[in-house]
Design a protein around this ligand. Sequence first.
Ligand code: SAH
Length: 407
Amino acid sequence: MRPKNDCVPYILGTLIRLILKPGRETSVLRRHPWLFSGAVASLEGDGSDGHAEILDAARRPLARGAYSAGSQIVARLWTFRGGADERAPDAALFRERFAAARRLREEVLPPETTGFRAVNSEGDLCPGVLLDVYGETAVLELLTAGTEAWRADLEAAARTVFSPPHLLVRESGAARDAGKTDVRAPGSEPALVPFLENGLRFVADLAAGQKTGFFLDQRDNRARLRALARGKTVLNLFSYSGAFSVAALAAGAARAVDVDSSEAALALARENRRANGLAAPDEDFVAADVFDDVRRRVAEGQRFDVVVCDPPAFAKKRADVDRAARGYKDVNRLAMSLVAPGGWLLTCSCSGLVDADLFQKIVFSASVDARAPFSIVARQGAGADHPVSLDCPEGEYLKGIWLRRLQ
Ligand code: SAH
């Protein structure tokens, strides 16, 4: 392919060069892996193979990465000048990075756990790539147009390093570039895939499920719930496939009620209870809007020993943050009113745009309105298989606060 720009003396494959505006190299020099299109002065080459080279205004090379033409984040940077990794991303680099990710999981995963995040994007120096393992099936998700272009080599690296009996690939990058936040890649994959988490049996719904089929990031919070749930009543709001309830019931909780607007999610929740030999009475599965459901329960004066509130991300873009804050406050105020004195509220937010400080302020103001005193007993986000790069703190999205109602 010929370069579109005659100034380019040569091109390597179809590499694109992104030349930065003067002074815009700071974040790259700090190894931040996201390059925003506003920092780019000019482009040379076409980048259709997904490869981008970043140069400062004086044309000194700074970094290499995956190119996403239509995205605000025009490149995700994988290697940097002056780093141990000063090289072009290629199949060998993908294998090395995946192997390092695998070694981390070997050191941090609890026993009897075959469902885990095997590669976590920036946190494993693989921006734009997720790999989730569910028992015998791995799901490789390519989150950007650039990593989609690298599919063959990334797929090969996943097979070599993790040897999954089944590997599914989801390409959501182009759709995300087009501004879609809720991307569901079509697939002919097997629907329900079994795996273990801390010895409990779950299924991930890979065909129609959310995320890549299960919320692996809540493993540590489920373990904490399990440790305190014996004999308790549990209200599991935004339950999805009921995994919190399974953890609680396995520990001998008296009862757990799952509330979710999705009938399909509740069907999975029943399935997950049965797979663990737990009873699944109809009244424990409530298909409803959580806001309506908790309002009704508050009006009826219901109380639970433990309430789990783990909603979907209310803020997916910056313009949503105010509205999201109101949503979090409302649902937390109502959830707090349902917690018995001496009981627990686990409240979570997975909106990256609502940071830990803001989330805590929202929860505080909910407690003022609920007229209920709570203490923070623990903060716990995603498990150790969801590492967050210090270079890219934006990767830390899940906040979980364990609150004890004092009276
Ligand atoms: N806690 C779950 C994950 C929750 S994901 C786990 O650990 O697996 C968020 C869930 O909220 C989804 O299942 C979605 O169907 C549900 N949901 C979103 N908005 C809702 C609403 N207004 N009322 C009830 N459920 C809702």
